[in-house]
Design a protein around this ligand. Structure first.
Ligand code: FAD
Length: 476
């Protein structure tokens, strides 16, 4: 215990250890380290106590002790969030769900899975597949993010077009409230019209209303056929035409439709040393996937016909269909490597915006002009979930500018991009949430009445304001 600097922290750690048992409370600096870093390096937690409960009852005990002691709590999942939501301040206790990682049951008749909140997303996907089912939530951090974190951030990812956000994939929840009581809403019901849907308040609440401890998830039939293609295009308008033609022919089978700018694809290929799948340079690329549970080659035929027609009509300039699972995986890897590749050319100012799908071309054109006017030479790396109207609109410094000079323009460039998204009836945070990073944006863009109602919900669940303070609603 000699690592703890203040007596009250020492007392609290001892009290938590006594109640939860040995090995549940971490205080040694070296052991704390993995929980203190933050994915983007923008923040660092200053907490001196991390609690690692193994059951809902242990979470409840830890929360009760903190509540009695008047200490704030920060829930942490896989710590892959991009807005500083799981960062703890001085004197706050981090509660990590890492050891509550069990798949509790799978019901292939109900098409449901019950899990603990600390289960890693990829483990859940694998367990569903082993049972002949699909859990469709899929995102770049799936090897480390936890389902509790996905629920708390209402995570999106690449399959939202067909299956929806996390919100659409959760049937029931269990959560520990800020006073330590356990709310059991762990119902596997598709229909339950019995008043306010409390689970939906927890989904997307970013740990500000309580700690999610278990969930009942919706499963789907495992696709029997999947087809992936990379298409090269001249404009985003062409990409939208392709999307609506494909939806017309293949309906719900269109499961992913990812836009990648030529600049972003070149960065990813250059960084990973991979050859560009389509050799000729084009302004835009789309990575699209069709999947279905029928088997056979019907989707392949639909894809070939659709792309053939699009080529003839000059909607696309070129296309390549993945011929093997390995080739499909290599296309996805390129998409996933864009953020890492962008890091290699300096600091980045990132935006995760959404606008109505039809307004994406207008957004890209207006934001591009405004950003370059404000800071000529800014390199714009655009990629994202075009089918959902969600773009990662990330800026890199001009080739001759230092990172420091570029980052000094952070707020100004943020405001330019977010103002345009807002004017086009969009959102400043489509899927990454608000956390610490975007709390000021929330105040800038949300209707004051909406903020007031959110504050009242927060006060109803957490009157002392001790559950993940400062996140989402900021310090207002
Ligand atoms: P953490 O980062 O630990 O926490 C995130 C927030 O949830 C915090 O506010 C925390 O307090 C709260 N929280 C965590 N667990 C709980 C719990 N059990 N109960 C209550 N609150 C809790 N996000 C997308 O939506 N779509 C993407 O495509 C996507 N791609 C990504 C790609 C990469 C490479 C990376 C690094 C991140 C990506 N993200 C994406 C962001 C991130 O992975 C998601 O937000 C993810 O859902 C966070 O889960 P986590 O377990 O890591 O949560």
């Amino acid at each position: 215990m000699d690592e703890i600097s203040t007596p009250s922290q020492e007392w609290l750690a001892a009290r938590l250890s006594e109640a939860l048992g040995s090995g549940r409370v971490v205080t040694a600096p070296a052991d704390l380290e993995p929980f203190l870093h933050e994915e983007r390096g923008l923040y660092r937690s200053r907490s001196g106590i991390v609690v690692l409960p193994r059951s809902t009852e242990e979470v409840a005990a830890a929360v009760s002790i903190c509540a009695e002691a008047g200490v704030s709590i920060v829930p942490q999942g896989g710590n892959s969030g991009l807005v500083g939501g799981a960062v703890a301040g001085e004197g706050e206790v981090l509660i990590s769900l890492a050891r509550m990682n069990r798949i509790l049951s799978i019901d292939p008749v109900d098409f449901t899975m019950t899990v603990e909140a600390g289960a890693i997303l990829e483990t859940i996907q694998d367990a569903a597949e082993a049972a002949g089912c699909l859990f469709p939530l899929s995102l770049g951090a799936q090897g480390s993010c936890q389902i509790g974190g996905n629920i708390a951030t209402n995570a999106g990812g690449i399959n939202v077009l067909r299956y929806g956000n996390t919100r659409d994939l959760v049937l029931g929840l269990e959560a520990v409230l800020p006073d330590g009581r356990i709310w059991n809403g762990l119902r596997a019901l598709h229909k339950d019209n019995t008043g306010y849907a409390l689970k939906h308040l927890f989904i997307g609440s970013e740990g500000t209303l309580g700690i999610v401890t278990k969930a009942v998830l919706k499963l789907f039939p495992l696709p029997q056929e999947q087809q992936l293609a990379l298409c090269a295009l001249g404009t985003i308008d062409d990409a939208l035409t392709l999307l609506s033609r494909l939806k017309g022919r293949a309906g719900d089978s269109v499961t992913a439709f990812e836009l990648i700018s030529g600049f972003a694809l070149d960065l990813a290929c250059g960084h990973s040393g991979a050859a560009r799948p389509i050799a000729e340079a084009h302004p835009w690329f789309v990575l699209l996937e069709l999947s279905g549970s029928q088997g056979g080659s019907a989707l392949r035929d639909t894809l070939e016909e659709s792309l053939g027609e699009a080529l003839e009509q000059a909607i696309i300039g070129d296309a390549v269909i993945a011929e093997s699972l390995d080739q499909a995986a290599s296309f996805w890897r390129l998409r996933e490597r864009i953020p890492e590749a962008q890091k290699s050319i300096g600091a980045s100012i990132k935006h995760d915006v959404s606008v109505p799908v039809s307004r994406i071309p207008q957004f890209v054109s207006e934001a591009g002009a405004a950003v370059v006017e404000a800071l000529p030479g800014t390199r714009i790396c655009v990629f994202g979930h075009l089918g959902d109207g969600n773009l990662h609109y990330n800026l890199s410094p001009p080739a001759d500018a230092s990172d420091a000079a570029f980052m000094a323009r952070y707020k100004e460039l943020n405001a330019i991009v977010h103002d345009i998204a807002h004017r086009l009836d969009g959102s400043f945070s489509a899927e990454h949430g608000v956390g610490l990073l975007k709390a000021a944006e929330l105040r800038r863009y949300k209707d004051p009445l909406e903020i007031e109602l959110m504050q009242r919900v927060k006060a109803a669940f957490d009157p002392q304001g001790r559950m993940n303070p400062g996140k989402l609603l900021g310090t207002i």
